[in-house]
Write a protein that binds this ligand. Structure first.
Ligand code: PMP
Length: 396
């Protein structure tokens, strides 16, 4: 008999070199359960998605309730759908007042596409700037602003008017000119292996954008919804962006994303005769209901306040001569080793020990740790003990 694993390998497009191949039976809280009795602690949250854990009961309840009422009814922005309205009302409360208009989409890449189009249309300019080693998504526009040449090989021509500058380098900000529609950057570079910039840098960035009329787009796809210890990553820097982009952890496990801007900017999308932005499924009512429940859990609990203490525990327990450095912004953590070979072997050994970890797209000698924010102190201790044992096994 042909197994699901064989069917997966033969017929589901393979784009990753090392698929994990765990056959999932169910998931709950911190754990994934396999068809063959495996129990795996998720230390990467499905790559930054399950911030409140897998299948949070409040999210499941909201999904069921909405599924009993209606699913898709009409393309985004035509009908008044209460899950969308309530979600946006609550989401905007987490943001500075000027960010008062939200366009709902389905993913991070789509949110980036919308933000880039909006900036070009509002400013009437074509120039875009992003940072080296940034990741913003896999569609053509989002790929164009990714700061990694390997990713783009084979897909050119992409958007041509794009410049890359070095994240955190104040001098490079002089590249922003009156021909620049927008600069897009992450609040801490995720796929680069958790690279932060200073408060002073972000202040300078805001000033340069104001001086040139350039829109500042912050990509919070990986950093939003509490991951860094604040609801939004940019709260660490005391600046207000012009457009915020989010997705991943927004839906509590369901697909949804958004680009958020002041109304006077967003309004250009409805100005005739040019068509605005269209999405059939954007803000799907079931995803929106799940996202609202997810948002309520995050804002009504102490999960975000506890992030920093939990991150400190990881740093306290994860001490090993082979660990060169631990970089983190809250519970987005990079554990640096000497080589990819060591990281890959640690990931494989940790998986055998029941821990799901990963590396970073542009920093493969760093181990990715980004657990659900619900992780307990006992689980942190147990995970770190097993990780250190995995490192010992690999180096033995
Ligand atoms: N921006 C950032 C910062 C991301 O980390 C990602 C996904 N890793 C994206 C955008 C793209 O999101 P999606 O995969 O949902 O399209």
């Amino acid at each position: 008999m042909i197994t699901n694993r064989q069917l997966f390998l033969s017929h589901l497009a393979q784009t990753t070199s090392f698929p994990l191949l765990l056959e999932i039976e169910r998931a709950e809280g911190m754990y994934l359960y396999g068809e063959n009795g495996e129990k795996v602690m998720d230390l990467i949250s499905g790559i930054g998605v399950s911030n409140i854990g897998h299948r949070h009961p409040k999210v499941i309840q909201a999904i069921k309730k909405q599924a009993d009422k209606y699913l898709h009814v009409m393309v985004y922005g035509e009908m008044v759908q209460s899950p969308q309205v309530k979600l946006v009302e609550n989401l905007l409360r987490t943001l500075p007042k000027k960010l008062d208009n939200c366009y709902l989409v389905n993913s991070g890449s789509e949110a980036v596409e919308g933000a880039l189009k909006l900036a070009k249309r509002f400013t009437g300019r074509a120039g875009l700037i992003s940072c080296h080693n940034s990741y913003h998504g896999s569609t053509h526009g989002a790929l164009s602003v990714c700061g990694n040449e390997e990713l783009k090989k084979g897909y050119r021509p992409l958007l041509t008017d794009v410049k890359h500058i070095t994240f955190g380098n104040g001098r490079d900000l002089s590249e922003i000119s009156t021909n620049t529609a927008a600069i897009i950057l992450e609040t801490v570079q995720g796929e680069a292996g958790v690279m932060a910039a200073s408060r002073y840098y972000f202040k300078q960035l805001r000033q340069r954008c104001d001086a040139t009329g350039t829109l500042l787009i912050l990509d919070e796809v990986q950093t939003g919804f509490g991951r860094t210890g604040k609801f939004w990553g940019f709260e660490h820097y005391d600046i207000v962006p012009d457009i915020v982009v989010c997705a991943k952890a927004m839906g509590g496990g369901m697909p949804i994303g958004a680009f958020i801007a002041p109304q006077h900017i967003m309004d250009v999308l409805k100005r005739k005769p040019i068509l605005g932005h269209i999405s059939t499924f954007g803000g799907h009512p079931v995803s929106a209901a799940a996202a609202l429940a997810n948002l309520n859990v995050l804002t009504e609990s102490r999960l975000i306040e506890e992030v920093e203490t939990k991150a400190e525990l990881f740093k306290k327990y994860l001490r090993h001569p082979a660990i060169l450095e631990i970089r983190n912004m809250g519970l987005l953590m990079a554990v640096e080793f000497k080589s990819f070979e060591i990281v890959k072997a640690v990931i494989d050994r940790a998986m055998e020990m029941g821990l799901l970890t990963d590396w970073f797209l542009f920093r493969n000698n760093a181990l990715r740790l980004a657990p659900p924010l619900i992780i307990s102190e006992a689980e942190i201790k147990s995970a770190c003990g097993r990780l250190l044992a995995a490192v010992d096994d690999v180096l033995a």
